[in-house]
Design a protein around this ligand. Structure first.
Ligand SMILES: NC(=O)c1ccc[n+]([C@@H]2O[C@H](COP(=O)([O-])OP(=O)(O)OC[C@H]3O[C@@H](n4cnc5c(N)ncnc54)[C@H](O)[C@@H]3O)[C@@H](O)[C@H]2O)c1
Length: 369
């Protein structure tokens, strides 16, 4: 009684609305069963709101509140759209000019060549732009050949517009690849080496998510999802690591995981995606250990909910989802793709020389709660 009374006082003092209409308090003589199992079996009516929130009550009996039951809902389905239905992404404006603010030279990627899988669009495109802005040449690798070509040209055009006095223009190339196919990975990588001569950094952003409840998930789609997110990450990392070892050169690989590799998102069901991203995170740690002897670092970035052209389309179609998502993010808002620019530059650069096998969560503190 004392504890629940105290909590009610704290809630009142903090100005929060009570979660549900107060119930009549039971007389103090009612004793609580010692075992919670007995309580569940007997289904005694809860005595007040705080009791109702325990196994004494039914789910939700303590009232409506943010996050509600932290459960997935089987009726939510979002299939990854067909290529023609995918919205386009544009390079950012106003982020890439030379500046005269002092910063650590070790953050520069001058003279490096970076590969970004899934770089035609979304987070990959913005991370490719971060590498270009930091001095690297970049090869965009994507299954969408036309979009990759357009984005590569877009990065060059944006760079030229924002650096009118620059004598050098970064080399940005586009390469077709289905990262889930070893043959396609090897072909595209050979093409990149022919054009750029070497590779120092890899960012694996090719990946996708979709929402089905686990019972209904079509098996072929699940295999495709793991094929792109897990096999694709692994295959490209191996191709780059092999090249670095042959060159006897250090390098840095950044795998794009997700906070979904550490928590279970609600309310949309996505068990195979969550498992895939957990695999990506642990792949980064495992390969970091395996390749440390060769000076090849492997880290993971785990973004939270980021507002890309694609997530915007999904949220425009499901406005309730956006409210539920943001209500669960401690900073109260979704991230923007540019919020990954610093993280990816840091992990690719010599500023992070001793950071290896890490998972950098860029999620507005979502995974802290
Ligand atoms: N957007 C988010 O909120 C969010 C959050 C956490 C993690 N992520 C992860 O970030 C990465 C990028 O997501 P995004 O939101 O930019 O998605 P996106 O769909 O906008 O971009 C993904 C890109 O990958 C390419 N791609 C897909 N399958 C491919 C394949 N087999 N081979 C080569 N390229 C392929 C697509 O053509 C596209 O250009 C994904 O791995 C995603 O899981 C995204």
């Amino acid at each position: 009684m004392f504890r629940s009374h105290l909590i009610r006082q704290v809630v009142r003092a903090s100005g929060q609305a009570p979660r549900a209409a107060p119930r009549a308090t039971q007389p103090a003589t009612v004793s609580r069963p010692f075992s919670s199992a007995a309580c569940r079996l007997n289904k005694q009516p809860p005595r007040d709101d705080v009791d109702a929130a325990t196994t004494s009550g039914e789910p939700g009996e303590s009232g409506d509140h943010e996050g509600q039951y932290a459960r997935t809902q089987d009726n939510i389905r979002v299939e990854y759209p067909e290529e023609d239905d995918l919205p386009r992404s544009q390079p950012l404006q106003g982020r890439g000019g030379f500046h005269f603010k002092r910063t650590l030279a070790s953050f520069s990627l001058e003279g490096r060549v970076g590969v970004v899988t899934g770089g035609a669009r979304g987070l990959g495109l913005v991370m490719a732009q971060a590498l270009v802005t930091s001095g690297a040449d970049v090869a965009i690798v994507d299954m969408n050949r036309d979009e990759a070509q357009r984005s590569a040209q877009g990065l060059i055009d944006t760079y030229k517009a924002e650096n009118p006095g620059s004598d050098t223009v970064p080399k940005v190339t586009a390469h077709f690849c289905d990262v889930s196919s070893p043959t396609s990975v090897n072909q595209s990588f050979a093409e990149i080496l022919k054009e750029h001569g070497k590779v120092d950094n890899l960012v694996t952003s090719a990946g996708f998510t979709e929402n089905y409840d686990a019972i209904s998930y079509p098996h072929d789609r699940m295999q495709k999802l793991w094929g792109v997110n897990v096999d694709g990450t692994y295959l490209y990392a191996v191709a780059v690591a092999k090249h670095l070892m042959e060159r006897n050169s250090a390098g840095s690989i950044v795998m794009i995981g997700s906070m979904s590799g550490a928590i279970v998102n609600v309310p949309q069901p996505q068990a195979p995606y969550n498992a895939a991203k957990a695999a990506v995170r642990h792949l980064a740690s495992s390969l970091a250990v395996e390749w440390a002897h060769a000076g090849i670092r492997v880290n993971c970035i785990s973004p939270g909910y980021m507002l890309t052209a694609l997530t915007k389309k999904i949220l425009d179609d499901n406005p309730e989802l956006q409210k539920q998502w943001t209500s669960l993010i401690p900073v109260g808002k979704m991230g923007r793709p540019e919020d990954l620019m610093g993280a990816v530059t840091f992990l690719c650069s010599d500023a992070s020389t001793y950071v290896n096998g890490a998972d950098l969560r860029v999620d507005g503190a979502y995974t802290c709660t």
